[in-house]
Write a protein that binds this ligand. Sequence first.
Ligand code: GLV
Length: 326
Amino acid sequence: MKPDVLVAVTVFPEILDKLARHFEVTANQDDVPWTPAELTQQLQGMQGAFTTGTVRIDARLLAACPQLKICANMAVGYNNFDLDAMTAAGVLATNTPDVLTETTADFGFALLMATARRITESEHFLRAGQWGRWRYDLFAGAEVHGSTLGILGMGRIGQGIAKRGAHGFGMKVIYHNRSRLDPATEAACGARWVSKAELLKTCDHLVLVLPYSADSHHCIGAAELAQMKPTATLVNIARGGIVDDVALAAALRAGTIAAAGLDVFEGEPTVHPDLLACHNVVLTPHIASATLTTRRAMAHLAADNLIGFLVHGQPLTPLNPQVLAV
Ligand code: GLV
């Protein structure tokens, strides 16, 4: 008998075909936003779940779904999983690292450029018919090449952004991370480790690429923004909640920093009205990994984790491999 698998979000039809070769598949192709109770109901009898960042898997749900063996996230981030609870319940968690690194780094750089050079703000001005004539200071923004790029969180995506900055734009790259990179990796990235205080104080453009956790919650708030240069820009492609959005909107209004580019938000898809009211912020709907090639690679990796584990006992990218040893 084929195992039962729930695909909790809309995916490429080819992924459903691939999964159907191995599993009895229940799909949510209409992308119905299930409440936790509805998700629990849908998961009854399922051994596997194909999830993404919007699907919360916690202790309460796990207790009500004793047949569940694996949740395969189509995302590199996995703060939607209570990983400790999953491990305690013997449920394997997997994510999709590596396949999105370069695409996400491209987007981080695109958002940095759009923010520094005021691209969306100036486009709105043009579309609104407000472009009268040339002016020497019309949408004058911040220099990118040769400036100082700060990176908070220096995993694979942070390193990709560092390389683009150092080698493509001649930027001086500094970073802060709990653990320092080895000297060879630092050299390849053209990056130097500094304290968080020095990072905030020194950089012209700060990009956030750290995972969300209780430790990183609001790690950029009013106090941190106040340490940055008034000409600095801030880009968040990591997770909502790392930045205190209300404090950021206040800093953007007050000119504490010059501009921000945000792909992620606290409580997304709702965006705080204070941010929507700011002209000096570029806003995008959590699309940093969104090219068709990369999203397809992520979906295939999530599906291959389900097949690898439930059919062959061998997942490709486990987050809690200790579950396999039991
Ligand atoms: C997207 O946010 C991801 O974590 O892959």
